[in-house]
Design a protein around this ligand. Structure first.
Ligand code: ZN
Length: 497
C-alpha cells in the first residue's frame, strides 16, 4: 500500500498579477486554487494511476471520469464511435463550442511503485502509467468543471465538450472519433499532455503513422518427420522483417519503423501455421502512405517466398500534428499567468534522486514556464499522436503541464513513479488552471476565437483533411483484452479509490 499524505503537500494558492485578469478568469483560477479541489482531482489522478488500464479496456477510468463530470451537471454520451470507453461530456448549449481533449490509458509492462526513485515494480510485468495520462484525465475534468462553475455564475453562453478519448498510447481513438463526426460542431480544441515542463508549441510536429498487424497463414506439419508438407507462417514473418530492414536504407531519412512479433508458433516441432507481426510505420503526412505501401510489398514478397497467405489488419492510421499558432499564443499567455507550481524541497530531492538513477544532470524540478516553441526548422520526427487528426478538423493546440521529472525517460519506470503523488497533483492543477483560463478567454473574448478560426480556415485551404484510415477499418476492441484480463485481478488489490 502506498499512500501520500495530503498534509505533506503545499496547497497554498499562487498569486496572480491582478491587472491582467478579468473577474471571470480570476474566478476560474480561484476555484482551482481551493485546497479541497486540488485534493479532489489529485485523488482522481492517483485512482486512475492505480487502475492503469490499457487502451480500449479503460472501463474503470472512463467510468470514474464520466461520473465526476456527470455529478457536476455534464451530460454524458458513452460508447461513441464503436468504442465502449469513448465518451463526450457536454455542458451548456449553443456557440461557441469549446472542446477539451481527455486521455486516460496506460502502457504495458511498466508497473512501478509510486514516488520510489529506483526501479521497483508494484506487480512485475503489469501495466503502468508511464506517460501521465492519469494526470491528464484528472486535469481535463478539473478544467471543464471549473469552466462550468464560472459559466453558471456569470451566465456565459456557449458549450464545453470534454472528449474522453481511449487508447491514445496506441493512437487509436481519434481517427475513428473524427470519422463518426464527433468534432463536427466544435469551434476550437484544447489538448493537453503531462510533461517535465510547462510549455506549448505551434506548427507541424511528430509523425504520421500506420499501425497494422500482418498475419500469415501456412500449413502445420511435423518439423522433424515431414517438414516438406508444412508451410511456415513464421518464415514469412522473418522474411518480411529482413526485407523491411533492407528497405530502411532506401526510405527518406524522416522515417521511423518498428515492430513486435505477436505470434510465432508454440513449439519447434510443429511448423507454425499462423504467425503475426505488428508494425508502426512513421513518416511525414506527405511520405507515410508511400512508405506503408512499400512495407506491404515486403509482406507480399514473404508470401511468395513461403507459399503462405496474408491478412493485413489496420489498427489505426493518423496524421502529424498541425497546432494552431493563435491558440498556442493564447495558451502561452495563460500558462504565464498561472506560473510554475511551488515545489517543496522533498519534491526537488525526489527529482534529483531519479535524475541520478537515470544518469542525467541533477537539476531537481523545473522553475520556469518555457517560452512559446516555434516549429523546428529541420524535421525531428519523434512519436505520433492521434491528436493529429483532430488538429486538421478544428483549430487545436497542446498545453504541456509539469509534474514529471526533467531528464526522466518516457514509457519507463521513472515516469510511472513520478505520475503518482504530490508533484503530479500540483502539476495537473497548474495544467487545469491554464486550460480553464484559456477556455474562459475563448468563451468571453470573441475576437480571440475569430483570430484562431481565421488562421485555421486559411491553413485548411491547403491542408484539407483526408483520413489515412481505410473505410472498412474498425477499432480493435480485442487488442488489449487478454493482457488486461491477465493483470486486472492482481492490480485490483492495489486500487486506490
Ligand atoms: Zn502520452
Amino acid at each position: 500500500m502506498i499512500l501520500v499524505s495530503v498534509f505533506s503537500i503545499n496547497l497554498h494558492s499562487q498569486s496572480y498579477k491582478p491587472e491582467k485578469i478579468y473577474p471571470e478568469k480570476q474566478k476560474v483560477l480561484n476555484y482551482l486554487s481551493r485546497p479541497e479541489i486540488i485534493e479532489k482531482f489529485g485523488k482522481i489522478s492517483d485512482a486512475l494511476w492505480s487502475y492503469a488500464e490499457l487502451g480500449l479496456q479503460e472501463f474503470k477510468s472512463a467510468g470514474l471520469l464520466s461520473k465526476t463530470l456527470e455529478e457536476e451537471g455534464f451530460v454524458i454520451e458513452m460508447g461513441l464511435a464503436d468504442m465502449p470507453t469513448c465518451f463526450i461530456a457536454t455542458y451548456g448549449s449553443g456557440k461557441p463550442v469549446i472542446g477539451i481533449l481527455m486521455e486516460f490509458d496506460a502502457l504495458p509492462m511498466l508497473s512501478q511503485k509510486g514516488r520510489v526513485p529506483y526501479k521497483d515494480p508494484l506487480i512485475p510485468g503489469a501495466p503502468g502509467h508511464g506517460c501521465g495520462h492519469n494526470m491528464m484525465g484528472a486535469a481535463s475534468a478539473a478544467a471543464a468543471i471549473a469552466v462550468k462553475q464560472v459559466m453558471k455564475l456569470y451566465d456565459i453562453q456557449g458549450t464545453v465538450k470534454v472528449f474522453g478519448s481511449p487508447s491514445e498510447e496506441t493512437a487509436i481513438s481519434r481517427p475513428y472519433m473524427v470519422r463518426a463526426g464527433l468534432f463536427n460542431d466544435v469551434d476550437v480544441v484544447i489538448d493537453n499532455h503531462s510533461s517535465s515542463e510547462f510549455r506549448t508549441n505551434y506548427g507541424v510536429s511528430g509523425n504520421a503513422m500506420y499501425s497494422t498487424i500482418f498475419t500469415f497463414s501456412g500449413i502445420s506439419a511435423h518439423s522433424g518427420s515431414s517438414p516438406w508438407r508444412g508451410r511456415s507462417a513464421l518464415d514469412a514473418v522473418e522474411i518480411m522483417n529482413v526485407a523491411t530492414n533492407y528497405l530502411r536504407e532506401h526510405l527518406h531519412y524522416t522515417h521511423r519503423m518498428h515492430y513486435v512479433i505477436l505470434e510465432g508458433g508454440e513449439a519447434p516441432n510443429v511448423v507454425p501455421d499462423k504467425a503475426s507481426v505488428w508494425y508502426y510505420v512513421r513518416n511525414t503526412d506527405e511520405r507515410v502512405k508511400e512508405m506503408h505501401e512499400r512495407v506491404i510489398n515486403c509482406a507480399r514478397a514473404a508470401v511468395l517466398a513461403t507459399d503462405t497467405e496474408l491478412d493485413i489488419r489496420y489498427l489505426t492510421a493518423i496524421h502529424q500534428r498541425h497546432a494552431n499558432k493563435s491558440l498556442a499564443e493564447l495558451l502561452q499567455r495563460n500558462m504565464e499567468i498561472v506560473g510554475m507550481p511551488e515545489w517543496t524541497e522533498e519534491e526537488h530531492e525526489f527529482a534529483r534522486e531519479i535524475q541520478k538513477n537515470v544518469e542525467v544532470k541533477e537539476t531537481g524540478m523545473p522553475l520556469k514556464v518555457n517560452p512559446l516553441k516555434k516549429p523546428s526548422e529541420t524535421f525531428v520526427g519523434g512519436g505520433s499522436s492521434d491528436v493529429g487528426d483532430v488538429t486538421l478538423i478544428a483549430p487545436t493546440a497542446t498545453l504541456r503541464f509539469p509534474g514529471l521529472i526533467p531528464g526522466s525517460i518516457s514509457h519507463h519506470w521513472s515516469t510511472v513513479s513520478a505520475t503518482y503523488g504530490s508533484a503530479a497533483w500540483k502539476g495537473l492543477n497548474a495544467g487545469a488552471k491554464a486550460i480553464a483560463a484559456s477556455a474562459i478567454d475563448l468563451l468571453t473574448q470573441p475576437e480571440e476565437l475569430k483570430k484562431i478560426r481565421t488562421e485555421f480556415e486559411e491553413y485548411s485551404k491547403d491542408h484539407p483533411y483526408e483520413s489515412f484510415l481505410p473505410e472498412d477499418a474498425v477499432p480493435p476492441l480485442d487488442l488489449n483484452k487478454k493482457l488486461m484480463e491477465k493483470w486486472r485481478y492482481m492490480m485490483e488489490e492495489h486500487y486506490i479509490d
